[in-house]
Design a protein around this ligand. Structure first.
Ligand SMILES: [Zn+2]
Length: 102
């Protein structure tokens, strides 16, 4: 089996695990994690042996890693936004003070 490196590239993951992602489209829930959900098409395919358990485990690991990276990116973006807002407030406060001084 070919070694699969951890990547944040979504299309890369989807190509490698095409079988799983295509099956996942038949899951009852759109945000299915394929673990305990009722009507999970991936779980059924795993039970039938249509999807390799090892491949699926790798898929889940990568998905978790990708989500973790996406969350931290989102958090960073929020912090940047907050920082930007704070800068604006300080700037406008300074401008007001200047205006009053004149
Ligand atoms: Zn599922």
């Amino acid at each position: 089996m070919r070694e699969i490196g951890v990547t944040t590239d979504k299309t890369g993951i989807e190509n490698t695990f095409r079988e799983i992602t295509e099956t996942a489209q038949n899951c009852k829930f759109h945000n299915c994690t394929h673990s305990n959900e009722i009507g999970c098409a991936v779980k059924i395919a795993l039970e039938k042996g249509e999807i390799d358990v090892g491949t699926f485990q790798n898929y889940q690991k990568l998905e978790q890693e990708r989500m973790r990276l996406e969350i931290s990116y989102e958090q960073k973006r929020k912090n940047d936004k907050k920082f930007g807002k704070m800068c604006k407030q300080i700037m406008s406060a300074k401008q007001k003070t200047k205006y009053l001084d004149d």
